[in-house]
Ligand binder design. Structure first.
Ligand code: C2O
Length: 349
């Protein structure tokens, strides 16, 4: 049968489609890739290599946090057109969300978006993977592992305080000022700011986690719905965790006074906030955990999903083509998540 795996016409980046009154210009297209240097991903961790261990942010020591801050600061300090720079990395997200890439002919009228389909998890896994490599390279520690914001445990249920320090590279001005620490996150946030006492909010959150993780008992419920070459609607349906806590936390962090809750509350600016990357590390962890929760919890085995392709820059500023199939096992990419308690497993709503 003919493959309906997605491949993008990456040679052309169209102007992004932005909401009305965007707060920044609409240059979402990353610096022009050099196709002569296009490489196919093959950099798998050898089976004996030490794995990078991604740790919960609230358990990091000061030294580790300092390294992370330094990496982000160095990314921010690179020339704006360096594909490894912080702003270029943020543009990758905008381009892949806001319609800047179209599918290959004859489907060139279909605008691609990596959200609201089965591409949500693999795209963001690859994105965090290259971000981590770039960061590690800039700080001279290729084994550096991206921390994750452990918002599914009681200790992690507030914005890590380093992100609110004005002197930190992790700081971002455009956030909801009432949601700064020690305010407890609302994993089921719907832009309503009714106040719930902290203890109660924590237990609501654990109930939300149980529902989104444990009750998502099929691949489609968790991963989102298929989108293939030739389909008209690139938004066939979200997986459970993409709805919440993913989207809900984006809106919870985003500014209350910006028109579309920029930065985190809307796709075109979301990745301009450094907290995006620790939020997505935890999202990625949810994918890894879900697969261990029992029968029926497995990845799609559909070739159209496995053969679909995206493009990223690596730490050498080389342009790399990747396939979904090469990211389903984090160990092959050289990392794992630190095993921590999963309190929500014990809290059916
Ligand atoms: Cu691409 Cu958190 O979104």
């Amino acid at each position: 049968s003919v493959s309906k795996a997605i491949s993008l016409n990456i040679t052309h980046c169209f102007p992004a489609e932005l909401p009305s009154n965007p707060i920044t210009d609409n240059h979402c297209c990353p610096s022009k890739p050099s196709f002569s240097n296009l490489i196919d991903f093959k950099d798998f961790a050898s089976p004996n290599a030490t794995l990078r261990v991604r740790k919960p942010f609230h358990m990091l020591d000061e030294q580790y946090i300092a390294k992370f801050e330094k990496g982000i600061a160095l990314m921010k300090a690179l020339p704006q057109d360096d594909p490894r720079s912080f702003i270029q990395q943020a543009k990758v997200h905008c381009a892949y969300c806001n319609g800047a890439y179209h599918l290959e002919p004859p489907f060139q009228d279909t605008k691609f978006d990596i959200h609201v389909s089965w591409f949500f998890f693999p795209f963001h896994r690859w994105y965090m993977y290259f971000f981590e490599r770039i960061l590690g390279n800039l700080i001279g520690d290729p084994d550096f592992a991206l921390p994750f914001w452990n918002w599914d445990s009681a200790e992690g249920m507030q914005m890590p305080s380093c992100f609110t320090d004005h002197n930190s590279s992790l700081y971002n001005q455009l956030r909801h000022q009432k949601h700064l620490p020690p305010h407890v996150v609302d994993l089921n946030y719907h832009l309503d700011d009714s106040y719930v006492p902290s203890q109660q909010q924590v237990s609501y959150n654990l109930g939300t986690m149980y529902k989104q993780m444990v009750l998502a008992s099929t691949t489609e419920l968790f991963m989102g719905s298929p989108f293939r070459l030739g389909d008209n609607n690139p938004h066939p349906g979200m997986g459970s965790v993409e709805v919440a806590p993913h989207n809900t936390l984006h809106s919870w962090i985003g500014g209350a006074d910006t028109p579309h809750h920029e930065d985190m509350g809307t796709f075109y600016t979301a990745a301009r906030d450094p907290i995006f990357y620790v939020h997505h590390a935890n999202m990625d962890r949810m994918w890894a955990i879900w697969k261990t929760l029992g029968e029926g919890r497995r990845d799609y085995s559909d070739e159209d999903w496995l053969d679909s392709e995206f493009y990223f820059y690596d730490e050498n500023a080389d342009f790399v083509r990747v396939k979904v199939r090469d990211c389903v096992d984090t160990k092959k990419l050289g990392y794992v998540y630190q095993d921590v308690d999963l309190p929500w497993l014990r809290t059916p709503p």
